[in-house]
Design a protein around this ligand. Structure first.
Ligand code: NCD
Length: 307
């Protein structure tokens, strides 16, 4: 099999285990090629459009780097107000227009389900780079790649997802991908920011062990991987509620003494206060390696979807 099972990447539950194997293996070969300084040209002559209607550093730049590393070219819109969306154009019409210019479209949008709307508007591949508080499926693949690389395996691990599990799209997608493996998930959040029921139920239906708690200390002691997340200020209707919850969990070098020496600390970034900078030089602090892994993983996705 050299193709993914679908034309688009919209949600984490679309990935078959065959898709995940294909993407992760291909990503590993690209990582090795990049490390060896090889120039690749599989997507020469192809154009990727990146349309970002919400802020981004890593996701947009790593998609664009991935396309350039494969010899392709990039059209980029990083501010919604610079497009005709600000004149009232529908997402459908924007996508119908961009499909005339590009071979694939990466979309970040504030509304849940926007990527599905976009995918229905075009026969070209659409990659969901975050739809509001919904999903972030390509992030979950680079997270999976990182876990496997840092820990040497995924099966058998205890993985804590910590912070704003209600609004955090990265953890919605990651929990969905991880439950295809034999893992124990600890969902650590304040009661007001618990993981949506449908994500928990989907994971349990797949046979994953899922426990919810608000106690980071006890989760730390059991975890092989601790995945911290930012409290998603932009999703709160009430700023006072954000202020009450914003520093719910802060990982420091001192609190990490409770963890296993082999623990891997991850974060999709950007961080605010969730991980103190005194953690950064610990060997298990993997978050900047994680963001770098976005390049080979997105190269794999683009090569499999476009060529
Ligand atoms: C996240 C996102 O945009 O969902 N970052 C990312 O894509 N790497 C996480 C966040 O904004 O907190």
């Amino acid at each position: 099999m050299t193709r993914l099972s679908k034309k688009d990447v919209l949600r984490a539950d679309q990935f078959t285990s065959g898709d995940m194997d294909l993407i992760l293996e291909r990503a590993a070969t690209y990582e090795a090629a990049l490390a060896a300084g090889k120039e690749l040209d599989e997507l020469r002559g192809k154009i990727l459009a990146t349309l970002f209607f919400e802020p981004s550093t890593r996701t947009r730049l790593s998609f664009e780097t991935a396309m350039l590393r494969l010899g392709g070219r990039v059209l980029s819109v990083s501010e919604a107000k610079s497009t005709s969306a600000s004149k009232g154009e529908s997402l459908h019409d924007t996508i119908k227009t961009v499909e005339g210019y590009a071979d694939a479209i990466v979309l970040r949008h504030p509304e849940v389900g926007a990527a599905e709307v976009a995918a229905r508007a075009t026969a070209k591949p659409v990659l969901n780079a975050g739809d509001g508080a919904g999903e972030h499926p390509t992030q979950s693949l680079l997270d999976l790649y990182t876990i496997r690389k840092e820990q040497g395996r995924v099966d058998g691990l205890t993985i804590s997802l910590v912070g704003d599990l209600k609004h955090g799209r990265t953890v919605h997608s990651l929990a969905t991908v991880l439950c295809q493996f034999s893992v124990s998930l600890l969902l650590v959040s304040p009661p007001a920011l618990r993981m949506p029921r449908e994500v928990v139920e989907r994971a349990q239906a797949k046979g994953a062990s899922v426990r919810e708690t608000d106690d980071l200390g006890s989760a730390l002691a059991q975890s092989d991987v601790v995945y911290m997340t930012r409290i998603q200020r932009e999703r709160f209707a009430d700023p006072a509620e954000y202020d009450r919850l914003k520093d719910a969990y802060v990982l420091t070098r001192a609190t990490l003494r409770k963890a296993k020496p082999s623990v891997t600390v991850m974060h999709p970034l950007p961080r605010v206060n969730e991980i103190s900078t005194d953690v950064d030089d610990l060997p298990g602090a993997a978050y900047f390696r994680q963001s770098a892994n976005g390049v080979p993983v997105r190269m794999a996705l683009l090569a499999l979807l476009i060529s």
